[in-house]
Design a protein. Structure first.
Length: 231
């Protein structure tokens, strides 16, 4: 009986050591991944990386991770005309992540995520004197924003629908332009109100899925298959 108890204690101790080593390996891998993402995306803060599943070491040995969650702030994308738009928050979930033999890259079978862009950041990207705000939904249920500003000394205000174009661009398009009968007036107004904001830097295989507006800003859903992640 004494020998049995000693054997059980040994197995318990070994189990604890294995779990400790496994968790330490996860922590180190998450930290390394977060540093690489911060460096490659030019972020001002370190993103959160969480590797799911247990044990981690057997996943590494098999070169496939069950699930990886990533959260980051401070991502900026090209807004055209030399301006950028800030993505307030980006979250992503990667499933069945296959790691390359050299551990320099990985491919996820599927990925989903979401991003939030505030109206304040959209207004900044639109240019001086233009404000973008919440305007509810139109009769068909599509999200709208209200754009106000100054043009040639006149105050203007119009409603724009928000849609996804080509899987990588958020489009704001004015429904109608007041005073459009004036020659070239509509063209000039649309130069300030209509916007195509391409979201650069998405991993290969990942696309913008849908967009919705609320009182705090624009929420964008992303999704993809066979998403490639550079090392």
């Amino acid at each position: 009986m004494r020998a049995l108890r000693i054997t059980l204690i040994v197995f318990v101790v070994l189990g604890i050591l294995f779990v400790a080593a496994d968790r330490l390996a996860v922590y180190m891998a998450e930290s390394e991944a977060a540093d690489k993402i911060k460096s490659s995306q030019g972020l001002t803060s370190t993103p959160d990386v969480s590797i799911k599943g247990f044990p981690f070491l057997t996943q590494v040995a098999g070169k496939e991770l069950d699930e990886v969650e990533i959260g980051m702030d401070g991502l900026t994308t090209d807004a055209g005309g030399g301006r950028t738009v800030r993505v307030t928050k980006l979250n992503a979930e990667l499933h069945n992540v296959r790691i390359s033999s050299s551990f320099s890259s990985a491919t996820a079978d599927s990925a989903t995520g979401s991003a939030h862009i505030s109206y304040a950041d959209l207004s900044t990207a639109a240019g001086q004197g233009v404000t973008v705000g919440y305007a509810g939904k139109d009769e068909s249920g599509k999200g709208r924003v209200k754009i106000t500003g100054q043009l040639l000394g006149f105050s203007m205000s119009t409603y724009s629908t928000v849609t996804i174009v080509n899987g990588d661009t958020i489009r704001l398009h004015a429904e109608s332009i007041p005073g459009s009968s004036v020659p070239r007036w509509e063209e000039k107004v649309r130069e300030r109100t209509d916007m195509d904001r391409k979201i650069d830097g998405l991993p290969t295989g990942m696309r913008l899925d849908k967009v919705e507006t609320d009182k705090d800003g624009i929420d964008v859903s992303v999704a993809g298959k066979n998403v490639e992640l550079a090392g």
